[in-house]
Write a new protein. Sequence first.
Length: 185
Amino acid sequence: MVSNEDLPDGIRIQPLTPHADDRGVFTEIFREEWSIGCAAVQWNAVHSVAGVLRGVHVHATHHDYLVVLSGVMVLGLHDIRPSSPTRGCSRLLTLEATAPRAITIPPGVCHGFYFPVASLHIYAVSAYWNPQDELGCRFDCQELELAWPTGAPRLSARDRTAGSYRQMCEAYRARQDTLAPGASR
């Protein structure tokens, strides 16, 4: 298992405990006492068919908190925060519904989700959707240093036409410059 020390600063992994009996499985996916680092204002459920890659995206203002409910997600992470002690750190994590974990992703950490099999995940966000905070680049930008398990994933139109890593970083810095003092960085 990957430790938090191997990940971009601020990534939190919350082990989840499935409780199985002859009826099925019960798993708590959130408890306020866990201090997950994401004060959720919205929850979303996403079903992905096999071969889909969502991203790579980064947000300047909000945290994501996610759990895979069925299937498998290969989660790509890359830190672009200029003042982060883990700037440039890249990692791939495999999240499986059969070994549940919750992940919190802070602002400034790029993330992409690849699904080798049909999968369902839920995620919470700490701020409502804002198109100015939806930044991204192509999943295969070399600067990400992410060795995805496929070179030809199924992508959305937005992700297919995403710009370069440099453009994403410039947009992130510009977005940071527009934030009010004390905003999340």
